[in-house]
Write a protein that binds this ligand. Structure first.
Ligand code: HEM
Length: 457
């Protein structure tokens, strides 16, 4: 009996080993050959900013999925919608965590916010509270009057600058300041019940405190998940600050916290309207079509209201096109693999950081015709309502799955309303001697490189 059991166990073990051997592990996605221990870290530092280096490599290697080893972490960059869906839809459960990074730890005050916290029961509870208590459609309706107040303030501020203070301002505005300040005004209004952190300024615009606050939030946003050395060599964390990221983050966080508590930095987005305005000014036919839509849907006598937004398909298509072509960051927030798995036929080791490329998806020539041209019409499909989400991940606006953005309704309403009011309320012109807006991206990030200075009437 013992001998026959041993015999069967041996045969079974042998068969198991044979089967495993006959199914070799799939390869890692293509990528540069890593050095022992440091991986490709040195090359990455020599080629900063990392996101441009990664995209260059994807082009050179002609691949839509790339694997780079940094320290002992596999960083996987993806610009193919099918593979992206496999990560965030079919295998969503495996990829619903976030990495533990210095920047995310400091920004979220030890992971007290939903966006950055690694997967845990705490994260699940926070998401539930957000969905039910803060970002529900009932709460959205309840907060309408506060958003309306800010939409009116926006017009009043631009009007005052252009008409009443014309002698001082020459009617010239920085569209970036308007867009950034408006989104934070609304957020502050909703969270604190006040648009000002301090006294504000006499013309109704941002005061010193608001400018300082938004600037520090934008620094935080551009340094969260920005390939900091100690994130890939965690034993160095809190001991050294080799690339200076920690000092920059700590200073920006200190400044932001001076004016607020951590609730607000949960999500202050650079709304996409600055890029939309810049592209529309360069192509007057797009501006004209947007104005025509506003005139025919709303008329010239009335200001656009939130209830009109579902009918403004062209304005929404302009916003969506700005999301596609000019995302606010090169990559989506990282997702971490909880176990070893296979995606797109490649081996994805446990602990890999998956970065869906917003630039790569939105500008993928196999998906989008003439991808570098701003063309809102591509999102219009007969009379179907244009929505800003894209759950097929052909571009990345609000993402999807367990980590998908719970603020879709709030974010869409704010972004579309802001653009509609800017287009409807004023005639926008480029300053004299500037025939076109310079649409170059900043080398270090994907923001408009210069200020979008414009005259409003
Ligand atoms: C135009 C505006 C917005 C855009 C484009 C946007 C987009 C995104 C994206 C791409 C993600 C990451 C999804 C992923 O990891 O796959 C995200 C996450 C998130 N967003 Fe938004 N968002 C916007 C506005 C908002 C607003 C207004 C709020 C709330 C007030 C919000 C709350 C969140 C939260 C809490 C998460 C983290 C979800 C999690 O990790 O579980 N977002 N958003």
């Amino acid at each position: 009996m013992i001998i026959s059991t041993l015999f069967f166990v041996t045969i079974f073990t042998f068969l198991l080993a044979w089967c495993t051997r006959s199914q070799p592990r799939p390869p890692l996605p293509p990528g540069p050959k890593p050095l022992p221990y440091v991986g490709s870290f040195i090359t990455m530092i020599q080629n900063k900013p990392a996101f441009r280096w990664i995209h260059r490599m994807m082009d050179e290697m002609d691949t839509k999925i790339l694997c780079i080893r940094l320290g002992n972490v596999h960083v996987i960059s993806v610009s193919d919608p099918k593979i992206a869906c496999e990560f965030l839809k079919e295998k969503d459960e495996i990829f619903s965590s976030r990495p533990d990074f210095m920047s995310s730890y400091l920004t979220s005050d030890g992971y007290l916010t939903t966006v950055l916290v690694p997967s845990s029961d705490h994260w699940k509870n926070m998401r539930k509270i957000l969905a039910v208590k803060i970002l529900s459609s009932t709460r959205h309706k309840w907060l309408k009057s506060k958003r309306d107040e800010e939409a009116d303030n926006l017009l009043r501020y631009i009007y005052d600058r252009c008409e009443i203070n014309f002698t001082v301002t020459g009617g010239i505005m920085n569209v970036r300041t308007i867009v950034q300040q408006h989104s934070s005004n609304v957020t502050r209004k909703i969270i604190f019940g006040s648009r000002y952190l301090g006294k504000g300024s006499v013309d109704g615009g941002p005061g010193e405190e608001e400018i300082e606050h938004v600037e520090s939030l934008l620094i935080i946003l551009s340094y969260v998940y920005s390939f900091c050395v100690t994130d890939y060599f965690p034993f160095l964390r809190w001991i050294t600050d080799l690339d200076g990221h920690e000092k920059i983050m700590r200073n920006a966080i200190r400044t932001a916290r001076k004016h607020q508590d951590r609730l607000i930095d949960e999500r202050i987005q650079q709304w996409k309207d600055e890029w939309a305005m810049a592209e529309m000014m360069n192509q007057p036919r797009i501006f004209d079509r947007a104005i025509h839509e506003l005139d025919s849907v709303i008329g010239k006598e009335k200001l656009v209201q939130e209830s009109d937004l579902p009918k403004l398909n062209y304005i929404k298509a302009c916003v969506k096109e700005a999301f596609r072509l000019h995302p606010s960051a090169a990559f989506n927030l990282p997702h971490v693999a909880a176990v070893d798995t296979t995606v797109g036929g490649y081996f994805i080791p446990k602990g890999s950081h998956v970065l869906l490329s917003r630039i790569g998806l939105g500008r993928n020539p196999e998906v989008w015709d003439d991808p570098l041209t701003f063309e809102p019409e591509r999102h219009i499909d007969g009379d179907n309502e244009v929505v800003l989400t894209d759950y097929n991940l052909q571009m990345l606006s609000f993402s999807c799955g367990r980590r998908g953005c719970p603020g879709v309704l709030f974010g869409s309403t704010m972004t579309v309303m802001l653009l509609a009011r800017l287009v409807q309320g004023f005639t926008w012109e480029l300053p004299p001697n500037e025939p076109l807006v310079d649409l170059k991206e900043n080398l270090r990030n994907v923001f408009v490189s210069g200020d979008l200075i414009s005259g409003a009437r």
